[in-house]
Design a protein around this ligand. Structure first.
Ligand code: UD1
Length: 422
């Protein structure tokens, strides 16, 4: 197993490019299951989750051709299998994204139930209820969601009780295949969901209300779609946010290219509140050093609120703010696994339910720490950047799931970081 060794205490400088968004690429790859012709996806991040998802598509019968590390062509000559096996789904929960497209187009599928994960129970009941409302017969057998729609899916009114990102994406794709109109109320508004809506529209699906929490979709009645032959994945706002936190925690000036600043509103506002100045171009952001780090309060929320995927990174940053910062996690019940690791580095953090109070301004010390999930792992890298001495971060396979070339990018910014074997 690999681990990372980070030497703390150095200021960063320079610039890096941000990769394509994993969470935008995954639904677009799933969408290709609905395509008549071949589709080429560009600006894919070269990360493990994307490779895992391609493996699943291959198992279903897709032809996957890697043109380079960021560009892949997908063809669906004949799907010989509509089963997403436990083996793949347990590695990556987002595999659930094949449920809507497979059922919509092929009228039958089996998808392993994802089960819980490090950050919480993460049920998929809302995906299932919505598909049932569209006429699917669904039962659970041997740990699999077995879904059938003999006559094809039918348009319906779906009112999500809770905002769910992959749930919204699944139902958008199912609705594109359904017969008639589907109205989705309380749809997620994340940029990744909006990109999916826009690609559906460019594929000839009539879809009204893009960008709002209520959309109407007129499905094809099961006909395969004419997807655009080239699709460009939007930049990763969470990777960008993580590197902005790296600039902030080390009080450095760094520039990120290939970003969309308009997707980073809540993150940028919070950094400004802490005391940082940032400047923007159309596709780049620069963060500058500040004279004082002010403590802050934040609650995670659905987009355009503050992303839960940035909560751990801001907790690392809070350890350097002078005074008490408060972070409330509203989306996932167990997303504080990084707290005990940050405490091992000397952070003063107390937990009360879903609320963490961080008494910042103390020096962190390098230690051996363990990554527990994707974003918690990046928070440990951030803490290591300012810790005194060396920090060894173990179990970094979590980081490899979602951060492309992490040590290369940090090295380019001047960090002493090496990957080694245990
Ligand atoms: C997606 C993102 C993930 C991010 C999360 C929240 C992808 C691949 N992953 O995950 O990085 O942290 O959004 O922004 O895009 N819920 C239910 N029933 C359901 C579905 C969800 O109760 O059927 C609950 C979840 O347990 C959670 C909340 O709804 O408390 C939001 O989860 P959801 O938006 O579905 O997260 P994901 O789509 O899995």
């Amino acid at each position: 197993m690999d681990f990372l060794c980070v030497e703390g205490g150095k200021r960063l400088q320079g610039s890096i490019n941000i990769s394509g968004a994993k969470n935008a690429a995954l639904p677009l790859i799933a969408l290709s299951l609905l395509s008549k012709e071949q589709v080429t996806l560009h600006n894919l991040p070269n990360v493990v989750d994307i490779k895992t998802f391609f493996l699943l598509l291959k198992m279903l019968g897709c032809e996957v051709e890697f043109l380079d590390t960021h560009t892949t062509t997908l063809r669906i000559p004949k799907i010989h299998n509509t089963k997403a096996t436990y083996d793949i789904v347990r590695k990556m929960r987002a595999s659930i994204l094949v449920l809507g497209p497979l059922l919509g187009r092929f009228r039958y599928c089996e998808v392993s139930l994802p089960g819980g994960c490090a950050i919480g129970a993460r049920p998929v009941d809302l995906h299932i209820k919505a598909l049932e409302k569209m006429g699917a017969k669904i039962h659970i057998q041997g740990g699999y969601i077995v879904a059938e729609a003999k006559e094809g899916l039918k348009g319906a009114v779906i009112n999500f009780d809770k905002i769910t990102v992959t749930g919204s994406e699944n139902i958008l794709m199912a609705a594109a295949m359904a017969k008639g109109k589907t109205k989705i109320i309380n749809l997620a508004k994340e940029p990744e969901v909006i990109q999916l809506c826009e690609v559906l529209k460019a594929s000839g699906i009539e879809i009204k209300g893009i960008g709002s929490d209520e959309v109407e979709i007129y499905g094809s009645g099961g006909e395969a779609l004419e997807l655009p032959s080239n699709i460009y994945v939007i930049p990763d706002r969470i990777e960008a946010g993580t590197y902005l936190c790296a600039g902030a925690i080390t009080n450095s000036q760094i520039t990120l290219h290939q970003v969309n600043p308009s997707h980073l509103g809540a993150i940028i506002s919070k950094l400004e509140e802490i005391g940082f100045k940032l400047t923007f171009n159309q596709d780049s952001i620069t963060i500058y050093p500040t004279s004082k780090f002010y403590p802050f309060e934040v609650s995670t929320a659905e987009y355009p609120g503050f992303p839960t995927d940035m909560q751990a990174q801001f907790m690392a940053l809070a350890t350097q703010c002078e005074g008490a910062s408060i972070i409330q996690e509203r989306l996932f019940e167990n997303r504080f696994m990084h707290v005990s690791e940050l405490q091992r580095m000397g952070a003063s953090i107390s937990l009360h339910g879903n609320m963490a109070t961080i008494n910042g301004g103390h020096e962190l010390l390098g230690a051996d720490v363990m990554a527990t999930d994707l974003r918690a792992s990046s928070a440990l890298v951030l803490a290591a950047l300012v810790a005194k001495g060396k920090t060894n971060i173990h179990r970094i396979y979590h980081l490899d799931r979602g951060y492309e070339k992490l040590e290369e990018k940090f090295s380019k910014l001047g960090t002493k970081i090496i990957r080694d074997k245990e």
